[in-house]
Design a binder for this molecule. Sequence first.
Ligand SMILES: [Zn+2]
Length: 308
Amino acid sequence: ESDRVFIPFGYNIFVAFWAGHYAAEKIGCEVVPGGVLDTRARILKMKELKCTAFMATPTYTLGMAETAKQMGIDPKDLGIKRITCAGEPGASIPATKRRMEEAWGCPVYDHIGATEIGAWGYECTFQEGVHVNEAFFLVEVEDLMTGEVTEEPGREGKMVVTALDRLAKPCIRFDSKDVIRWAERDCSCGRTFRLLDGGVLGRTDDITKVKGVLLAPTAIEEVVRGIPELGDEYEVVVSKRGDLDDILLKVEIKPGCEGKEKEVLERLQQELRLKTNLGYRIEVHPYGSLPRYQVKAKRFKDLRRKGG
Ligand SMILES: [Zn+2]
């Protein structure tokens, strides 16, 4: 009936996975902590113990699928029925969510929180957006430019959150730096907790001005992972060339798709321009050579910030 939940991280004093661990037990699941193992051993452990669910970052969810395939195991055959993702926006970025769901053959649910305030949002099984847990959190959206609080659905702003149940450390109007927007509709599940359209759309400290245009790294991810011939990993480096901003995008082409490189790169360049209004220098790196991350990825590097 209930799930056997694998947690593929050592959580030490990291509060998020402890919360996940105890919450899973509270609803009757059995939890398997996989912290001391490496990725290959974790996959074998999930298989051996017939785990039916796991929680991880989107980066690691894709990384484990890739490692499983290298081991000759189709992740879909492991019997995972649901995955909860947290720590990065990926589970609400449509192209990334699709890649994870296709790789594992099961739904992937987004779950959002911050160490300072706790887990304030989750996706229900209807997957129509992220519910704000309004029983415990008061979420306000502030206009990015004026700071004015807006309730208007569809309008992007910065999330300011008050935790209503914190006793040890009150958190009143905490500036989460997350960019969100209220959905126009209620969720079909019947809960009245309001929905956010697309989860966390970006971070105010990630959204940066490049060549005079506001750029959100999540937009680049949506384009890269929407092109099936490209690998999961990518890296963006913004720097100065003389007086001009330069954006370098590093991608990998999936094995077997090398012959289509020219058309894939043309499509990538076109879709990036459409989605972000910017031009990129694109570099193709050998498959498997870009950095792989275990917890939170650092794929966006702005060298201008270091005075470079
Ligand atoms: Zn719902």
